[in-house]
Write a protein that binds this ligand. Structure first.
Ligand SMILES: Nc1ncnc2c1ncn2[C@@H]1O[C@H](COP(=O)(O)OP(=O)(O)OP(=O)(O)O)[C@@H](O)[C@H]1O
Length: 293
């Protein structure tokens, strides 16, 4: 378990992180979402120790983090940092050796990742000759090659095509399944919604929501309702204490408190058959919009 507690960071007189607290559980894929300038990169740099916080602490398994813990981390920084002239396999072996791996193990780990990330045909090409998407895959391989105990990845999916997203996701999910806490930032809420076990939302340097993906979605549930009736549902639009969001013949999506929603259901069943009546769980994008307001 990786945790950050009460982290505050100021640049000059600007507070860019304000009492940031959240955890990344062992074996959990945790998405870190927030708009431009929200504080994701700054938080990740503090987790990695490349930036120090003005207040707060970073913990591993409940105790203060050490330099030794950090040596075991895998990090994909915002400013991608591979050597342009080095060849992919050579680069990965070099990085793994820096982290103390034996030459044969480093080479085997590099080859395994090259295969898993579908870079086999680029194995011996210099990084600078690769397409941007392939450079990104090589970056991800660089973060993983020394078999890290924790993974912190800044926008690992940006610039990847949908097939590459799936490939990278499989590799990350596999690491998480081995018990590694995985934190990654992303602007792509649809991706986070699909991929993550847990979600942390940051805006203006403050954590606005954190929890399992399903908890977050359930939090927003209970206000929107879907009703499908046997014939025309137009009468719902004439009701007062509800707000119709979407209407299509025999279907209506509306916002209402639970009591008002129940009275809509009662009216509907008095009028005829009710095919479906259920609360609608909002998407992560909707939750995000709401919590960052
Ligand atoms: N070294 C610095 N000096 C001054 N301000 C900084 C510095 N680094 C970051 N900031 C400011 O801190 C705020 C948070 O930046 P940060 O890079 O953490 O956001 P982010 O959520 O990663 O954004 P993005 O999604 O755009 O990368 C921004 O307003 C940024 O301008």
């Amino acid at each position: 378990m990786l945790e950050i507690r009460g982290a505050t960071k100021r640049f000059g007189d600007r507070t860019v992180l304000d009492d940031v607290t959240f955890g990344v559980g062992a074996g959990r894929l945790t998405g870190f979402v927030g708009g431009n300038g929200a504080g994701k990169t700054t938080t990740m740099r503090i987790l990695l120790g490349v930036l120090s916080a003005d207040a707060g602490e970073v913990l591993v398994d409940g105790r203060p983090i050490t330099a030794d813990d950090r040596r075991g981390f895998g990090y994909m920084p915002e400013e991608r940092g591979l050597y342009p002239k080095m060849r992919v396999h050579e680069q990965l072996v070099y990085l793994a050796r820096l982290r103390g791996m034996r030459a044969a193990d480093a080479s085997a780990a590099a080859d395994e990742l090259i295969e898993r990330l579908e870079l086999t045909e680029r194995r011996d090409e210099p990084i600078e000759k690769l397409s941007l998407g392939n450079q990104q895959r090589a970056q991800i391989a660089a973060a993983l090659v020394h078999d890290p105990s924790v993974l912190v990845l800044d926008e690992p999916f940006s610039g990847l095509d949908p097939m590459a997203v799936e490939t990278v996701l499989r590799v990350l999910a596999e690491r998480a399944a081995r018990g590694v806490p995985v934190l990654f930032s992303s602007h792509q809420l649809d991706l986070v919604e699909r991929l993550c076990d847990d979600v942390v939302v940051i805006a203006d340097g403050r954590i606005r929501a954190a929890g399992t993906r399903d908890e977050l979605r359930a939090r927003g549930a209970g206000r929107q309702w879907e009703l499908q009736v046997g014939d025309d549902a137009g009468w719902v639009r004439g009701l007062h204490d509800i707000a119709v969001i979407d209407f299509d013949g025999d279907y209506v999506l509306f916002e209402a408190d639970p009591v008002a929603a129940q009275s809509v259901l009662r009216l509907a069943s008095e009028r005829g058959s009710v095919e479906r009546f259920a609360p609608r769980r909002p998407t992560l994008t909707e939750i995000f919009r709401e919590v960052v307001q």
